[in-house]
Design a protein around this ligand. Structure first.
Ligand code: PGA
Ligand code: ZN
Length: 426
């Protein structure tokens, strides 16, 4: 067995895909192995997320980096990196707040992931194989953005992500090839109508639309133009991110000039489900609208995947409540929403045990770090959300999954539509 005692933890400032500072951690072990990871950053964050520590008056991360080089390095030196839960518990105890406000979740998540990376290296295994620990491995069904919106496109439209899922793909490689065709077709539609204006934060086409529904309609036409049968071969997935325009039971759709109550918002999305081949909806109601989420799930939870992102914030406690409430049927897992690998894993375990869908997700502010691809694969989450099909920080993740699929060879299995928590349709 390699000596996985931690001998050094270092933090440094690096930069993310929006040109903003973020935190990288590097962990060195006694056996000579080391691991590195970078914290991502969200733009449409749930209010209950763990806190990203930023310097007063700006986006600087000098305090978060100093916490890694000081308190965290001190606490972790001499600990065994192979005991991930103990490492994460030590950081949680050192932080002492309910939301990582003291150390910063950007500091803790970078260290937590770097510890995991270093341990896999010490065992001379790719991270996904280390995590799988001999269990069968499935490549996740990718959820890939075609149009970006909401907070990722200057609020040009209200819906945040218009995505596709290649349901008929037999492999991850094929899913990407199918998505590439839809992405190109969508770009051509925008070009032909004089509305091509580059891309939003996650690489999806800039959403130059007259209404939210026109965006969905255009995505449907892009799927058809690419030669696929909508709903059968390729289905639509939406992240409404309703907390960005709704609170206290009121919703204001700026582009449509509509103000709706919770029932009205439910009905609006249910109308879209009736008219378009939508297989998955994320945060259809706001993070504070528990009743709305329960009503929505009761109405359509047997036909579509209903994902809690801002609603659940990768919190095992909130997942447990939502299982009891029947307020969703899937969880989005973003390690920096809770701040450690172990807490992310706890949320996944609960959701899986309930038969929920599990989607490991990037943030809108990303880097070349590909750890989440290994988490999705090694933990057999079943689904992966990374943004669009453009920009290096997105492609780095899709390409890493291709390498994993190739490495597995004949052993590679693809989760496909079986990853969706739907027994009655599709
Ligand atoms: P964020 O949004 O990373 O900007 O918070 C992503 C999402 O809502 O899924
Ligand atoms: Zn979301």
């Amino acid at each position: 067995m390699p000596d996985t005692t931690i001998i050094n933890v270092r933090g440094r400032r690096v930069w993310d895909s929006r040109g903003r500072p973020t935190v990288e951690a590097e962990v060195h072990l006694a056996c000579g192995a080391s691991g590195r990871a970078i914290a991502p950053a969200g733009a449409s964050r749930g209010t209950r997320e763990a806190v990203d520590l930023r310097d007063a008056g700006g986006l600087g991360v000098s305090a978060a980096v100093a916490n890694i080089n000081g308190a965290i390095a001190g606490a972790l030196a001499g600990m065994n990196a192979a005991t991930q839960e103990e490492i994460d518990r030590a950081m949680i105890a050192l932080d002492g707040t309910p939301n990582k406000a003291r150390l910063g979740a950007n500091a803790t998540v970078a260290v937590s992931l770097a510890v995991l990376q270093a341990t896999a290296r010490a065992h001379q295994l790719p991270l996904f194989l280390y995590l799988a620990d001999g269990r069968p491995i499935r490549l996740p069904l990718p959820e890939i953005q075609i149009f970006g919106g909401g907070a990722h496109a200057g609020r040009r439209i209200d819906i945040q992500d218009l995505m596709v899922m290649a349901l008929s793909a037999g492999t991850f490689d094929e899913a990407l090839e199918m998505t590439a065709r839809v992405y190109q077709a969508a770009g051509e539609l925008m070009r032909d109508s004089g509305r091509l204006h580059g891309v939003a934060d996650e690489g999806g086409w800039w959403p130059e639309f007259a209404s939210n529904e026109e965006a969905i309609e255009t995505l449907l036409r892009a799927i058809e133009r690419a030669g696929f049968v909508p709903g059968d071969e390729i289905a639509i997935s939406l992240d409404i991110a309703a907390s960005e325009f709704g609170a206290g039971g009121g919703y204001r759709l700026g582009l449509d000039g509509k103000s709706l109550d919770s029932d009205g918002m439910c009905d609006l999305v249910i109308g879209w489900l009736a008219r378009y081949p939508i297989i998955s909806v994320e945060d259809p109601l706001a993070e504070d609208d528990r009743e709305g989420m329960m009503r929505f799930t009761a109405a359509v939870g047997d036909q579509v995947q209903i994902i809690g992102d801002d609603y659940l914030t990768t919190s095992a406690a909130r997942v447990r409540d939502a299982i009891t409430d029947r307020a969703c049927n899937a969880v989005l897992l973003k390690p920096n929403q809770c701040g450690t690998v172990s807490e992310t894993r706890a949320a996944l375990d609960l959701a899986k045990a309930a038969g929920w869908g599990c989607i490991v997700s990037a943030r809108s502010g990303e880097t070349e770090d590909v750890s989440i691809v290994h988490l999705a694969t090694g933990w057999d989450a079943g689904q992966l959300k990374v943004g669009s099909f453009a920009r290096g920080e997105r492609m780095a993740k899709w390409n890493e999954a291709l390498r994993i699929e190739e490495m597995l060879g004949a052993r590679a299995r693809f989760a496909g539509r079986g990853a969706l928590p739907l027994k009655n349709s599709y």
